[in-house]
Write a protein that binds this ligand. Sequence first.
Ligand code: FPP
Ligand code: MG
Length: 331
Amino acid sequence: MSSDLALPIADEALAGRLRDRMAVVEDALVGHVQSRATFVTAAASHLMEAGGKRFRPLLVLLAAETGDCADSEEVITAACVVELTHLASLYHDDVMDEADLRRGAVSANARWDNHVAILTGDFLFSKSSELTAELGAEAVRIQAQTFTRLVEGQIMETVAPGPGEDALAHYLDVVAGKTGSLLATSALYGARFGGATPQIEKALTSYGEIVGSAFQLSDDILDIASESDESGKTPGTDLREGVPTLPVLMARASTDPADARLLELLAVDLGDDDLHAEALDLLRKHPAMDEARAYVVARAAEAKALLEALPEGPVRTALESFADVVAVRST
Ligand code: FPP
Ligand code: MG
């Protein structure tokens, strides 16, 4: 078992290769966040140094293992591209969420201010784009399309569903855009630059999209269920921001009279600390939490079914675990 990868991998040889390559990625990332301005380097290193699970680069490295050149330079570059893009989006996301904590550290907007956080996100995104250029025009096109989907997803989250639009469908569309897209690209880049067949590349891209959505859904469940010392973030952020996530949407469907107070709270502004704490408490105890968890497990099963396009073996097993870990994660 590997202890330092955010994934249990039983096959020691595979775990060893991934650990070695992840160490190369970590070193390369430190180089990529350097600026000629010391302050910019400090701001850009802040969240990277705070930790993180590195799920996206890990998916690149794992997907590359399905091809015949998993240890190519381009695979490492692609792994850096997706982590830098993700990091960039976190700086912007914390500004939008007015978050104080990220990865157990003070968020950039709280430590400095919104301007610094936004421009640091821009800096990281431009570094990631510069690096993508090394992978060729097609990779740049894929990254640009991913960026479009990330931004659209993030903006759509702030907009209520249109008239006649189903609230759950709207939310799932948001989730696919803001998180599914980058995991899909991670799997696609890994397969492409690792030299996988077009059939495997297609299966892994769809797998990444679903695993990414499952990842975001479980993140949204954790936003309600976990304490900040577990998640490294402030709990109940979505609720406070008025973003209805899966457990809220499921609870809202309840017709049980015992849920009257919760439904009343879910319909009002939860900016007030007492109302927010009451809603969070009622929601944590509600069966909608388990219903939401079961939905995520079903999505992970859907993703795993796509892996039948891959030959059986340690890589496929590790990708199956990746889907499981994402679905039932606790941090
Ligand atoms: C986290 O959501 C946010 C994302 C996964 C995507 C954010 C995308 C953008 C801000 C647009 C893209 C910007 C750049 C520079 C690439 P969350 O608030 O639900 O999750 P959290 O619990 O991790 O805060
Ligand atoms: Mg957030």
